[in-house]
Design a protein around this ligand. Sequence first.
Ligand SMILES: Nc1nc2c(ncn2[C@@H]2O[C@H](COP(=O)(O)OP(=O)(O)O)[C@@H](O)[C@H]2O)c(=O)[nH]1
Ligand SMILES: [Mg+2]
Length: 213
Amino acid sequence: MSEIKKMDEFHIFSSAYVRAAVNRSQYVNDGKKEIAFIGRSNVGKSSLINSLCGRKKLAFVSREPGKTRTINYYAIQSRRMENEEEVRQDWYLVDLPGYGFAKTSQQNKDSWSAFIADYLEHSPSLQMIGLLIDLRHPGLPIDMKAYEWLRSIAPSLQIIGTKGDKLKRNELVKNKKLLEKYFPGDFPPIAYSALTGEGREELLKVIEGKICD
Ligand SMILES: Nc1nc2c(ncn2[C@@H]2O[C@H](COP(=O)(O)OP(=O)(O)O)[C@@H](O)[C@H]2O)c(=O)[nH]1
Ligand SMILES: [Mg+2]
């Protein structure tokens, strides 16, 4: 695809960290649309946010599963051409705390879901949740539980298989099919790699549909 064509298509041209919210009074809620990402700790959420925004260090990437429980808002500006006119959109990417690192007690799990439920319930501009699943491990019980719960309360749910570059082509195809089977929904799962950018255009198309309509 030529660079000119790409600039005509929906793309993010500006991204900035806004705030880490730890309770409801800190939710941004200024009427702009929100797209949130969630998944197991270490699944590749921060890397995906950086890759979508074309940034290296917007969201903090770590080898160690994080323990801080904050909702991180990033202010996004995107644009696309409509009838030969440039139209811009202001919205938020939201990084939700991960679930399921090793020593999590039942009490921690309960407070995690209460924390997420509160955000979902009090974020009227939320358009979609992207649920990230490691493509190497489709169908883990903890991910399936999160999916069952989220799909009953999320405005819409998009499954994103992460770290696609870590699999051989045939494994990738096979595991993507398994994601379809384990996580049925209105839209098929997207296989993503923050390393190669695979799936990026596809995910941006889905986001465009939520942000521009
Ligand atoms: N090879 C590869 N590694 C990735 C990818 N996405 C994330 N990682 C690695 O996985 C680890 C966790 O990533 P991070 O984005 O911090 O996960 P988070 O805890 O879900 O935010 C880091 O070491 C990343 O470099 C990917 O698409 N490909
Ligand atoms: Mg992270």
